[in-house]
Design a protein around this ligand. Structure first.
Ligand SMILES: Cc1cc2nc3c(=O)[nH]c(=O)nc-3n(C[C@H](O)[C@H](O)[C@H](O)COP(=O)(O)OP(=O)(O)OC[C@H]3O[C@@H](n4cnc5c(N)ncnc54)[C@H](O)[C@@H]3O)c2cc1C
Length: 143
């Protein structure tokens, strides 16, 4: 059930809150054909609240989803896979480009790893060129 994250919710996650949302869910389900008596048929039940998402998964403000795909948080405006102000730092996951959902997050991982491999090959080429140049320099000095 969609609920507010911990930064915007105007209520605490007490037993009363949980009971309120539980009855909302059961009320909605019981209107589905064949599920009228669903509450009586419950054998076991579990629930997770934003507090659980924050405590168990370190989810920011207990939000279970990443950044919303609004216009200003999409495409090139979404956090990119490569850090702008820090070298050798790459990001992946649902709050980064291209977005949320398991297939999209896997694509995000590919984009980040491609960037990393590209940067690594460029830096390895530069190191190799530097080594060759230095070696040549030493040889010239000796001759
Ligand atoms: C209820 C729900 C239903 C969904 N249904 C679908 C669906 O049907 N199909 C679909 O494609 N997508 C679905 N999604 C979305 C999908 O699950 C996410 O987009 C995807 O899991 C995000 O992947 P991620 O790797 O970015 O983050 P996550 O899968 O959240 O992985 C982040 C991991 O990092 C760990 N972590 C956090 N902080 C730290 C730390 N400090 N140190 C170490 N580890 C840490 C967390 O415990 C977690 O395991 C659903 C999401 C939710 C919440």
């Amino acid at each position: 059930m969609p609920v507010s994250d911990l930064s915007t919710a105007k209520y605490e996650w007490t037993d009363e809150t949980i009971s309120y949302y539980r009855s909302q869910v059961l009320q909605t389900l019981s209107q589905v054909e064949g599920l009228a008596g669903i509450e009586a048929d419950i054998i076991s039940e579990t629930y997770m609240t934003p507090v659980d998402f924050a405590e168990r998964f370190h989810a920011y403000n207990g939000a279970c989803f990443g950044l919303r795909p609004t216009l200003t948080q999409s495409n090139h405006l979404r956090p990119q896979s490569k850090a702008k102000n820090c070298e050798n730092l790459y990001f992946t996951g649902s709050s980064t480009h291209p977005g949320a959902g398991v297939p999209i997050v896997l694509l995000s991982a590919k984009i980040a790893s491609d960037e990393l491999i590209l940067d690594d090959s460029v830096s390895m080429k530069a190191t190799k060129a530097q080594t060759v140049h230095s070696a040549g320099g030493v040889a010239n000095e000796g001759s």
